[in-house]
Write a protein that binds this ligand. Sequence first.
Ligand code: GLY
Length: 367
Amino acid sequence: MNRRQWMMGSLLAPAARAVPAQAGPKNIVIASSNGARACARAREMLEAGGDTLEAVIAGVNINEEDPEDNSVGYGGLPNEEGVVELDASVMHGPTRRCGAVAALRNIKTPSKVARLVMEQTDHIMLVGEGALRFARAMGFQEENLLTEKSRLAWLVWKRSLRDPRGHGNWGEGLSAPAKKPAAWLREQFPKADEALLAWAWEVALHPPSGTINCLALNAKGEMSGVTTTSGLAWKIPGRVGDSPILGAGLWVDQDVGAAGSTGRGEENIRVAGAHTIVENMRQGMPPREACLDALKRVARNFSGDRSKLVQFDLSFYALRKDGAYAGASLWAGATRQGKLAPRRFAVNDGGQSRLEGCAYLFERKPE
Ligand code: GLY
């Protein structure tokens, strides 16, 4: 990769909205691309004078409670045993406090539990069984977080597993007449439509690590953030990604700004992405450059080897204390028509939420 290619993403991508130096803080919320509704709800609460942390948590609760969002909370894709395990973190700028939970089962809204860890304990992070006991003690109801859709996806993933001879335990068995995977799936899920089965096959082959990150600034200059996720699909039980790791999936410094992430958590943890971005902004980098610098550190960890980097994606979001903001991802995709399709992120600074293009480091080739 030459210098021109390295820089191309930065040059082609849309610039972050720069806020004039004299502008004061304003009510603004940004989030990952699945966060348009979250931004709208959070900003409404800011307009009504609500606290920034209360606002972003209320925003992401929409996703956590939505069975159709398979990256977060209820309906999130489960671990390899078919159990949904959730991670979340929160940071409150004005009080400089934070809380997190990891590998939490049976509770739809881990962001609310993370907030209670911050407010009701002298600890910062609770995990696994301890986090669940704490949530129960705080009055949360336990429920099965696996929906029919995510159960289907999990079974399709199990069906896709094969030993080197092509044999899998989940299927028709050696003695049964051979069936193609599509026929087997149709038999298992007679009511599922083609689009649902195609989606399930896609997530079986390419396990996603979707998440929602949401960051807010109010007119008083106060900031907060939250990141919540069901983590990497089909993970080993107990795997914890970047979302609940303060400094990786989320960081807020009331003096500087806030940052968060979505995508492959393992790579973000190796660069402490959110903290790195906030420190970059403290040193004077605009949000966009601050995010791109963190992504360059990710690429550096692979010595820029695109054959490895192409196997995952990672996105960062940054909101500075004066209201300047940006999103940036490792990759911009290419459509079959060969057009560039940058990843997007959600913004609400009044009216309806909008999606803006992320800056990026690399371009994927058309298929
Ligand atoms: N970024 C979410 C995860 O890797 O778990």
